[in-house]
Design a protein around this ligand. Sequence first.
Ligand code: DGP
Length: 136
Amino acid sequence: MSTEEEKAQIAGEEEVTIFDKIVAKEIPADVIYEDDLALAFRDINATAKVHFLVIPKDRQGLTGISKSEEKHKELLGHLMITAAKVAEQENLSDGYRIVINEGKFGCQSVYHLHIHVIGGEQLGWPPTGIKEEASS
Ligand code: DGP
């Protein structure tokens, strides 16, 4: 089983992503919120007690945040509001972190825009350093 970092080295854009399949209910996921535009489900590789993803059902070309344009303003706003709403639903009243990984260096492994919401316990900061071999 490769790490998220390893997966990110080979990941790329796909016609149909694993998240499209979750939206279509073709593969199972622990869905905790759904509306017309967004879906939230628990991350399969949770990095904290609570770790869920918020995704657009129709990604509208948003393979990642770098593809965002003016036309995506409403959808992006809705995803952020949904992240906060589901965090409240998950009782993350002591705080949480929102993360969007972008591209290879950002360790993005699924090219379907997604917001990580991580919490349920004290998190550290900074979240991660530069990899040893990459910085030398
Ligand atoms: P990122 O590295 O930012 O692209 O995060 C992708 C996340 O997606 C990663 O934390 C693991 C999660 N993930 C990948 N495949 C699945 C899946 O089939 N089900 C669920 N629930 N999560 C998945």
